[in-house]
Design a binder for this molecule. Structure first.
Ligand SMILES: C[S@@+](CC[C@H](N)C(=O)[O-])C[C@H]1O[C@@H](n2cnc3c(N)ncnc32)[C@H](O)[C@@H]1O
Length: 252
């Protein structure tokens, strides 16, 4: 199995593939001021198995196009949508987030939890912006420094892994430079990482290793995940996911 196949195998049965919670999704949604009378068109980019897609589907009148690169995740999302009876509100689309062919001004909302980093925050906003109607909203969670200075170890780690990491002020500047007006920001609480993401991951490690007969690539993956969990627990006062909700201003 390739590294990617192992990753998919490890994550496909999980409820979510990144930190978050139903409460976080609802809180971000609460900043969006759009007429609820008419059906909304929403894109959820990097949806994974769709924890947030399903929350949105239950909350809004309208339709969600849920995009992910991996069909295994989209299959799970479709199965869950059926179980919850919201399948008519969701269309899944297997496509890369940097190769989307939506129409100009197609969506009222573009949503993306824990995924815009794959393209990079600025590049993602730049490429997705045309798909939003003027007055439409972008709602994205993004790795963010929570303090202006931090220990050298974690600074070096994130500068290596994701040099675009910045403080909330830096991220809002990027949004403003691209014609968005930030309307809401909050930090995901540690429970959204530990209880909703890391603890379920830890519970899957052993079965994953056994399924792959403790192969070296499987062990390497688990070690990397354990290291990530340990870093989060040690340095969670310095970094986290910021949730940014911003309105596309007219004339952009
Ligand atoms: C950290 S996970 C977040 C998933 C989900 N939004 C959540 O919060 O549970 C990132 C997601 O982006 C997807 N992804 C990775 N590369 C992608 C690409 N080039 N285009 C679209 N989706 C991609 C992964 O399959 C994964 O589901």
């Amino acid at each position: 199995m390739t590294e990617i196949e192992l990753l998919i195998d490890f994550h496909k049965d999980a409820e979510r593939q990144g930190p978050g919670s139903t409460a976080d999704t609802l809180k971000a949604l609460s900043f969006i001021d759009l007429p609820r009378g008419k059906p909304l068109k929403v894109a959820d980019i990097g949806c994974g198995t769709g924890a947030q897609t399903l929350t949105l589907a239950r909350q809004i009148a309208g339709h969600i196009t849920a995009v992910d690169l991996f069909p295994e995740f989209l299959d799970q999302l479709n199965r869950r949508a059926q179980e919850l009876g919201v399948q008519n509100k969701i269309t899944t689309l297997q496509k890369s987030m940097d190769d989307l062919s939506f129409s100009t001004k197609e969506f009222d909302i573009i949503w993306s939890e824990g995924a815009i980093y794959i393209m990079g925050f600025a590049a993602g906003i730049h490429q997705w912006k045309p798909f939003l109607k003027p007055g439409g909203y972008l709602a994205v969670s993004e790795i963010t420094w929570l303090t202006n200075t931090r220990p050298a170890e974690i600074e070096a780690h994130w500068n290596r892994e994701y040099p675009e990491i910045d403080t909330a002020a830096g991220k809002m500047k990027v949004l403003e430079e691209q014609g968005f007006s930030p309307v809401g920001y909050f930090i995901l609480p540690p429970a959204s990482w530990i209880e909703n993401y890391y603890r379920p991951m830890e519970a899957r490690f052993e079965a994953f290793l056994e399924r792959h007969k403790h192969s070296e690539p499987a062990k390497t993956q688990v070690e990397a995940d354990r290291d990530e969990i340990e870093k989060y627990k040690r340095f969670k006062d310095y970094f986290g996911y910021g949730f940014y909700v911003a309105k596309k201003m007219p004339g952009v």
